[in-house]
Design a protein around this ligand. Structure first.
Ligand code: EPZ
Length: 434
């Protein structure tokens, strides 16, 4: 087992380069299935969700070749299997994009119900509704979604709520369907636009991505291209908060400032200084940090994936802050861990009340999901003393070499092996021998 050991009190200074966006890459990689010829995907982050996605493609018969540090050539023309087994699908939420891509190309797929961060109820009814409207039929048997379509025909899809996953999946299934598909109440995240741009670069006809109405006219063929994934706005936001929490002064490179607008505005309100350039920004702190209120919302609102990170910063600010989590039912699990470090946070349903105590003290904590893990690292960087963070596999699902990037900024963080409690119990016997 591995854990991060963080010694707090070091200001983050210098430069950090942001990797490709996890939530774009995990949709674009399955989308390669739709191409009639090989693709090269660049700026792919080195994270376990990508490793799993590439493995799924290989298990289906695609030929995957790494052609650069963060670039892969994928030939989908040899795919001859159309299923994602439970063992793989359960490891990540984005396994459901293989449903849309396989359905869109082969009119059939068998994919286990997805896994992913425990954020409360995570149904996929809207995905299935979109597929049905396009002409597919499905059964769910023993946790496996078995979906088929004789033919896919464009239709009118109106989502009951804004959903990133279902918007992406509807695009994947509709891009080769006959006729016009209109998606209304569509999600507008940067990764939605990135998927649409990738599909259009292959010859798709998608208009309106990034607005709440997306129109897709089905095409016969999609020809493989070389495509570069957008930078990860959540990774960038996470580093902005880390620099602020350590009262540092650093440059964040390879960003699209427009994608960070809601995060930038919120941090400036807290008292963080930010200077933006074309594809980079300087973040530093010269004023005391002050309270603010945060309400998560679909893009362009404040992203739910930044909620735990900004909450950590607000424990260091003066005054009482209020955070309202409007996307997920249970995204405050990290609060118990921050309390172990001295945070004064009260949670009542979707609302967290944060008393800015101005300081945190190192303690042993556990990452309960991807972004919670990132928030605990930030807390450890800002705390006095040592913080040990277990269950770091969550963090490695979505952050490309976070500890290496933080060390380069001056953080005292290292990844340490320690015996798995189960193993050591086995090794010492269960005590029955006395
Ligand atoms: C994506 O999850 C992201 N994951 C999440 O990021 C992110 O928190 C979320 O979008 C919101 O931005 C990936 O892109 C792999 P949704 P997704 O469908 O697609 C409800 C991270 O940290 N809903 O936009 O699963 C749902 O329960 C991860 O990178 C239905 O009810 O989220 C939620 O309340 C964590 N039925 C809301 O909609 C459905 O069929 C938004 O979910 C689909 C969704």
């Amino acid at each position: 087992m591995e854990k991060f050991v963080v010694k707090g009190g070091h200001r983050l200074t210098g430069e950090v380069v942001i990797s490709g966006a996890k939530n774009a890459a995990v949709a674009i990689l399955p989308a390669v299935i739709l191409a009639d010829t090989p693709c090269v995907i660049e700026n792919v982050p080195s994270i376990s969700d990508v490793t799993i996605s590439l493995r799924i493609l290989e298990e289906m018969g695609a030929v995957v070749t790494q052609v650069g540090k963060d670039a892969y050539r994928i030939d989908p023309t040899t795919i001859d299997k159309f299923c994602v087994p439970y063992e793989t699908a359960r490891k990540m939420r984005a396994s459901y994009y293989f449903l849309g891509a396989l359905l869109g190309k082969f009119h059939k797929a068998r994919v286990s119900m997805p896994g992913g961060c425990p954020l409360g109820d995570r149904p996929i009814d809207q995905h299935l509704k979109a597929f049905t409207i396009l002409g597919a039929n499905y059964v769910i048997d023993k946790g496996v979604i078995d979906i088929k379509a004789d033919k896919l025909t464009g239709g009118q899809i109106f989502f009951d709520m804004v959903t990133v996953g279902a918007t992406m999946n509807a695009m994947l299934a509709a891009v080769k369907a006959e006729g016009l598909t209109v998606i209304e109440n569509a999600a507008k995240e940067p990764h939605i636009v990135d998927l649409a741009n990738f599909l259009n670069s292959m010859g798709a006809n998608i208009m309106g991505a990034g607005t709440d109405v997306i129109k897709i006219r089905g095409v016969e063929h999609l020809i493989g291209t070389t495509y570069s994934v957008i930078p990860d706005q959540i990774e960038a936001g996470t580093f902005m908060v880390a620099i602020a929490a350590t009262k540092g002064d650093a440059i964040i490179k390879n960003i699209i400032p427009k994608h960070l607008e809601s995060i930038t505005k919120k941090l400036e309100k807290i008292g963080v200084s930010i200077e933006q350039y074309d594809d980079s920004m300087r973040v530093w702190v010269e004023n005391p940090l002050v309270k603010t209120n945060v309400k998560t919302a679909p893009h362009p609102g404040f992203p739910t994936d930044m909620q735990s990170q900004i909450a950590t910063l607000l424990t260091l600010a003066q005054g009482t802050s209020i955070i309202t989590e409007n996307i997920w039912d249970q995204r405050f699990a990290y609060v118990d861990e921050l309390r172990r470090m001295g945070a004064d946070i009260t949670v009542n349903g979707k609302v967290a009340l944060i008393e800015g105590t101005g300081k945190l003290v190192g303690a042993p904590v556990k990452a309960c999901d991807l972004r919670a893990g990132a928030a605990l690292i930030i807390a450890g960087l800002a705390a006095t003393g040592v913080t040990e963070i277990e269950d770091i596999h969550h963090i490695e699902r979505g952050y490309d070499c976070m500890e290496g990037k933080l060390r380069a900024l001056g953080a005292d963080i290292e990844k340490v092996e320690f015996p798995d409690k189960e193993d050591s119990k086995k090794k010492d016997g269960d005590g029955a021998e006395g």
